[in-house]
Design a protein around this ligand. Structure first.
Ligand code: ADP
Ligand code: MG
Length: 632
């Protein structure tokens, strides 16, 4: 017979989701150092649960047990080797219990597991808490964990969850539980210390000083609840700020930047924002989630709200508190609130201003920041038009005029443009060396014009979206329509005369056919005999990415122009050969074309080229064989 609501069922046994089993295996068998962080995790869960019930009470002040004190109580039982953590928070229903403590709800679990395995090997536990596997860290110190919990809903029933962390857990009904959650750890023999009052006190002081609810250990209050962001800046030590940052991020790191500000108009705001040292996305940890909590008068409205600040700001951690928000604003309507949008605009503007100030205060430190977090600013230029101009000022680049590794801003570039130079030039390539060996910058450099070097493929899209900076066009040096400033390119020989040059261009175009849209004499080339330039709005880098994305065979020739260098000896020779020895001229032209495509990064299949090159080499060395097919 099915049990009814008032006949308690026998405990049911469930298996952990496979990922949880793997995770627990790592937690139980590999993590021996820094075990004390389990307490930080359990306390932070208790604090989250308290925040949530506080929020529910704001929306519905008539909830049962509305007067229960909101607090965290820790009890040590050294004789029984037990540690008990109790909160009067939101509790869990049966479904929430199996969902939260039986699975890993978040996506990217697999990735995390690989990382966790690596982290466990290197003993670096720092990251565990940041990836939402906090609760399971209890099994580092406990041979058995019991969770007794009752949800805040009026008709909720209590539940007892129990596990030794080895594959299974049980769930049974539990009578007469107050609202909230009680977690009992039966400590491992080598973890007895965590049942000792002084040890627990020490850990709480270290990690949980900023928990916004009272924490009691064996009946004695140990923390003072403080909203550090609401305090006077002059009274806060760097040490306190750093502690708060560590509290926010569940890490042991120091922040890189800190911005603490208050404003009265247009909105009353107290905000404390941090930029971390490392960019976890860059380290391969997948997309970060936003990290700025939204408060109203010291009460948490939402932890890490999505779509509050612009996406590109997701690397920022911190707290934004505004007296102007209605206390009972719901999480659902938050995003639609004009007030919240206005708040976000003010915060974003202030943060951008702060970065600009840091950049001029200490350019080296800012360069370091940019090398880690520049990607986010670039993303902002593409996705956040409202802040595009301010973001553009923060970009930093190597150029032909900087030392390798040193960077300048677009404003720096503009300030040192040559008289008569109208545009800002850039070119994309895999490295400084590759760019300087390529054909695109020589005409500019020979005229003494500075060129920005982009090494990140995203940079060309960023520049395209920007279009211009301080009314100067941003121009890719590999474009066909680059307008070079006054002055001729130098070169080995006098240029072919116009008639010969035109004739040669015509002959080459006829031979290359559809492979290019046109052939013309170049003004930009100095050392290189020929180069491919692009006729579409896209730079060669963008086309390369497009090709890769579409797995295209090759780019349609109508997007490409071949420029030949009328001062180059090979081009002079070609001009003669096109009349005298057409087969050889054709072979040389094919090779010239392939070389140019290679330099543009657009040559897909070099096999034909290698064969041809070998044939040419053989003849150059005086060999007889290896005549090209079209010489037959
Ligand atoms: P996270 O805190 O990052 O979500 P955890 O592994 O620490 O990950 O906790 C998993 C989930 O279990 C929490 O999101 C929450 O839903 C639930 N939970 C854990 N501890 C408590 C608690 N004391 N009260 C209510 N729910 C809790
Ligand atoms: Mg947690």
């Amino acid at each position: 017979m099915a049990p009814t609501a008032d006949t308690p069922r026998a405990p049911e046994t469930h298996s952990f989701q496979a990922e949880v089993q793997q995770l627990l295996h790592i937690v139980i068998h590999s993590l021996y150092t820094d075990r004390e962080i389990f307490l930080r995790e359990l306390i932070s869960n208790a604090a989250d649960a308290l925040e949530r019930v506080r929020h529910e009470l704001l929306l519905n002040p008539e909830l049962p047990e509305k007067d229960t004190e909101q607090r965290i109580a820790i009890t040590t039982r050294p004789d029984a080797k037990q540690l008990v953590i109790t909160d009067t928070g939101i509790g869990m229903t049966r479904e929430e219990l199996t969902e939260s403590l039986g699975t890993i709800a978040r996506s990217g679990t697999r990735e995390f597991l690989t990382r966790a395995a690596e982290a466990a090997k290197s003993g670096d536990l720092n990251l565990i808490g940041q990836f939402g596997v906090g609760f399971y860290s209890a099994f580092m110190v406990a041979k058995k964990v019991t969770v007794e919990t009752r949800s805040f809903h009026a008709d909720s029933q209590g539940w007892r969850w129990e596990s030794t962390g080895e594959g299974e857990y049980t769930i049974a009904q539990a009578e007469e539980l107050p609202r909230g959650t009680r977690i009992t750890l039966e400590l491992k023999d080598d973890a007895e210390e965590f049942a000792r009052d002084w040890r627990v006190r020490e850990i709480v002081r270290k990690f949980s000083n900023f928990v916004p609810f009272p924490i009691e250990i064996d009946g004695t209050r140990v923390n003072t609840v403080q909203a550090i962001w609401a305090r006077n800046r002059n009274e806060i030590t760097a040490q306190e700020y750093a502690e708060f940052f560590r509290f926010l991020t569940n890490s042991q790191e120091e922040p890189r930047y800190r911005l603490h500000f208050t404003a009265d108009a247009p909105l009353a705001i107290q905000a404390l924002l941090f930029v971390p040292k490392d960019n976890l996305e860059r380290l391969g940890f997948g997309r970060m989630e936003p990290g700025v909590d939204l408060y109203c008068r010291r009460v948490l409205i939402q932890k890490h709200p999505e779509k509050f600040l612009p996406e590109w700001m997701r690397f920022v951690r911190g707290v934004v508190d505004s007296d102007d928000l209605p206390l009972n604003i719901s999480r659902e309507t938050m995003q639609d609130s004009a007030l919240v949008r206005k708040l976000a605009r003010v915060i974003t503007g202030r943060f951008l201003k702060f970065l600009a100030e840091e950049a001029s205060r200490d350019a080296t430190a800012f360069g370091e920041f940019f090398s880690h977090f520049g990607r986010f600013l670039k993303e902002g230029i593409i996705e956040d038009p409202a802040n595009r101009q301010e973001l553009a000022k923060l970009l930093r680049f190597e150029t032909s005029g900087t030392e390798k590794g040193k960077t300048i801003s677009l404003a720096d570039y503009a300030a040192r443009m040559k008289p008569g130079q109208k545009d800002i030039y850039f070119v994309n390539g895999p490295s400084r060396e590759a760019i300087e060996a390529g054909p695109y910058v020589e005409g500019l450099l020979s005229r003494g014009i500075e060129v920005i070097y982009n090494y990140d493929p995203i940079d060309d899209f960023v520049f395209e979206d920007l279009g211009e900076f301080e009314e100067k066009k941003l121009v890719s040096a590999d474009r066909g329509d680059v307008e070079l400033p006054e002055g001729e390119s130098t070169g080995e020989l006098e240029p072919l005369d116009t008639e010969k040059a035109n004739a040669l261009c015509g002959w080459i175009k006829k031979h290359l056919g559809e492979r290019v849209a046109s052939v013309r004499a170049s003004k930009r080339l100095v050392k290189t005999p020929a180069a491919i330039v692009t006729e579409s709005a896209m730079t060669a880098t963008m086309q390369r990415l497009l090709m890769a994305a579409n797995k295209e065979e090759a780019l349609p020739g109508q997007m490409l122009t071949l420029e030949i260098n009328p001062r180059h000896p090979l081009v002079h020779r070609l001009s003669e050969l096109s009349g005298a020895d057409e087969p050889l001229a054709r072979e040389l032209t094919d090779q010239l074309m392939d070389n140019a495509m290679l330099a543009a990064g657009l040559l897909l299949d070099p096999r034909g080229m290698v064969e041809r090159l070998n044939a040419l080499l053989t003849r150059a060395a005086g060999g007889a064989s290896g005549a090209g097919k079209d010489r037959a």
